[in-house]
Design a protein around this ligand. Structure first.
Ligand code: DUC
Ligand code: ZN
Ligand code: ZN
Length: 484
């Protein structure tokens, strides 16, 4: 067999195990995995390195306007470059529907934006306006081109669909084999807290953390799961930030629900005390759900190690700390008027590797599952997330021993800060490949604008998730009514 590239001498790590071996790559795909492979037009020495599937970043906001109209600082070029430096070979940002906009128009807009990407990309749709035409005409067209996941919101007045709207989306998604992702926070609890804080004049950035109670997330996670169970639809809870929320996810998964979830590095690395930095510095740490306390960090690490979460995702939502982003509404405004989100696409995997693998909280195999393999399974990336013959040669070669301090310059994004600045981390993705082409090597970008490709995705993989039949949908118990 002839190879374009052979990666040799490394330790190959998959979600199931690790072994010394070589990888042969032909025409962008893995064509052989064996103890020793000769040949190859190019030979990449991976001695002393870990050879893993390239990361799949499944939660990022790239070239996306927020519902209040603030554009992210990263577009598909800068966002994908930053992702690549962070060990990712592909990503799935959001394509967000504004109210009144058709899904076809949303996808045409994001297709134009995505064309700049240096890594392969797909989209999750964000649905904010589920009209009859969207539900029954436009969404099926989106599924047909392999957009098999979308996000809905239980919070924000301009995004929140209400329970009935969510049921409609869940039902359509189930019918097509798509998965619904949900931002779960109780809108009224948040609005009530906002009013109470405003009445007392408590508007500094730190009060953002108080305005979005842990109970608001726990209540909404539980409600979202019960809604999904009623129609037996798959559900993915994004950015879980509370121990209570994680406990609910764990219990319902154990009971067989078609349930998936993620948490994010910011909830592991930062706390609400970061919002209490001097002046308006705290604005840099405003994200939703908000940062919590040290006890939450420990609990979330426990849940990562025990398998509650499929993925650790960045929720990269880059708004610069200037008048284009955080301070679009003024330099000194109350926290509800500050853009919501923080960057982290380049730090997600180095942070998870360092604090997870190097510190012994998770195994290298779990790292692979959390960074790539599980996202591929959940979101139907059938040719990605594994090192095996036939798969795309999306590969990251990690040096597990290099220690460094996180700086903004390492992020290679279009931001003006990183919330992880100054953290000491060990382990670096030295070489990153997408479909066999080296995109980053030893700190140098090798990819060019637009070389990433859009990929369509398969339906969600529900093996091992029996689901739930509500008695009211069971013809033996509902007087024979056929309701689906
Ligand atoms: N939800 C996200 O997923 N990201 C940024 C802000 C938000 O509300
Ligand atoms: Zn969200
Ligand atoms: Zn997000």
């Amino acid at each position: 067999m002839s190879f374009d590239t052979v990666i040799h001498g490394g330790t190959i790590v998959t979600a199931d195990g690790q072994f010394r071996g070589d990888i042969g790559i032909t025409d962008g795909r893995i064509s052989a995995v064996a103890e020793v492979l000769d040949g190859g037009v190019e030979r990449v020495d991976a001695g002393g390195r870990l050879v893993m599937p390239g990361g799949i970043e499944a939660h990022a906001h790239i070239a996306q306007e927020s519902s209040s109209g603030v554009m992210t600082a990263d577009d598909y070029l800068s966002g994908s470059v930053s992702a690549a430096f962070g060990g990712n070979s592909s990503f799935i940002p959001f394509a967000a529907q504004q109210r009144g906009q058709s899904v076809d128009d949303v996808l045409a807009t994001y297709d134009a934006r995505g064309a700049r990407s240096v890594i392969d990309y797909s989209y999750h749709l964000i649905i904010s306006d589920p009209t009859e035409a969207v539900l029954h005409d436009q969404l099926p067209r989106a599924f047909a081109r392999g957009i098999t996941s979308f996000k809905v919101f239980m919070t924000y007045d301009l995004m929140n669909l209400g329970d009935g709207g969510m049921l409609d989306i869940l039902e359509v998604a189930r019918h097509h084999g798509a998965i619904t992702m949900v931002h779960a926070e109780n809108n009224d609890m948040v609005k009530w807290m906002n009013r109470r804080l405003a009445d007392k004049g408590l508007t500094a950035p730190k009060y953002h953390a108080i305005s979005r109670p842990q109970l608001a997330e726990e209540e909404a996670i539980n409600r979202a799961i019960q809604l999904a169970k009623l129609v037996d639809a798959p559900l993915f809870i994004v950015h879980v930030s509370t121990a209570g929320g994680a406990e609910i996810v764990r219990r319902e998964k154990f009971n067989g629900a078609k349930l998936f979830a993620e948490t994010c590095p910011q909830y592991l690395a930062l706390t609400r005390d970061d919002l209490d930095r001097p002046g308006m510095e705290g604005a840099k740490y405003i994200c939703s759900p908000p940062l919590r306390g040290h006890d939450t960090q420990e609990a979330l690490w426990h849940h990562i190690a025990m398998g509650t979460f499929e993925s650790v995702s960045s929720d990269h939502a880059p708004y610069r700390a200037d008048a284009t982003g955080k301070f679009l509404n003024g330099p000194d405004v109350a926290y509800p008027k500050i853009a919501n989100g923080m960057p982290g696409i380049a730090t997600r995997l180095p942070y998870l590797f360092s604090e997870g693998v190097v510190k012994g909280r998770i195994t290298p195999e779990q790292f692979v599952a959390l960074s790539s393999t599980n996202a591929a399974k959940t979101f139907g990336c059938t040719t990605k997330g594994r090192i095996a013959p036939g798969m795309d040669a999306d590969i990251a070669i990690w040096n597990p021993d290099v220690a460094r301090t996180v700086t903004h310059a390492d992020q290679h994004d279009n931001m003006d800060y990183t919330p992880f600045d100054g953290m000491e981390i060990t382990g670096v993705p030295e070489v990153v490949m997408n479909r066999g082409r080296t995109i980053v090597a030893h700190g140098v970008l090798k990819a060019s604008e637009g070389q990433g490709r859009f990929f369509g995705r398969a339906p969600v993989d529900l093996r091992g998730k029996p689901g739930f039949t509500a008695p009211e949908f069971d013809t033996a118990q509902n007087f024979g009514s056929v309701l689906r």
